[in-house]
Ligand binder design. Sequence first.
Ligand code: PLP
Length: 223
Amino acid sequence: MKNIENNIQTLKKKIKYLLRNNSSSLNNIKIIAASKNQSVQKIKIALSCGIYEFGENYVQEGIHKIKQLQKNHNIIWHFIGKLQSKKTKLVAQYFDWCQTIDREKIAILLNKYRKIKEVPINVLIQINISKEKNKNGVSIEDYQKLSKTVSKMPYLNFRGIMVMPKKETIKYNNYKNINNIFNYLQKKYKSVDTLSLGTSFDMKTALMYNSNMIRIGKDIFNF
Ligand SMILES: *Cc1c(COP(=O)(O)O)cnc(C)c1O
């Protein structure tokens, strides 16, 4: 389990190095540990190394961990998986963030179920930049309309956008487009401050294009 500790140290060094010529610094980058399929035990180790935000892809698996770790009040839980409408109630009830809003119906349901908690849930709109069919996320053509809807919901705190790049489709142009969309939304909506872009394999490019939230699985938990 020493390995998780080493991995996190290496990760932080790598981020610092990648930002060496950038106006941003490690403190401005939120690291989300993508903890799908990882045990509560491993999450506890990451916690002890100063990682407090975790991203889960499957609602039941996530809730199981949230319940087991509920004594750790400083953990922030992100839902980062494909969200089905029938699971929106559970996400609204248990998670602090939902990064995968990709259609109006999901936004409406999350808002409705979050009302009981009285505090808004932080949300990101997931954008599909690669124009592939069957990929998750709202298209470049439709994100503005969805942003407008999300920004008006009282129990959704619209924080920005999330993109899940695929290895085959990383192109600088795509990252540039994402950065432009983020800048546009930041100007238009005061609450927008988060660009969730970058995983273990594309962290370098993501940071170059102003990502300030990265979702890291392999580089933390694999060895
Ligand atoms: C698993 C996952 C990640 C992390 O990917 P790694 O390559 O393991 O770093 C990030 N985002 C989402 C949505 C994921 O499902």
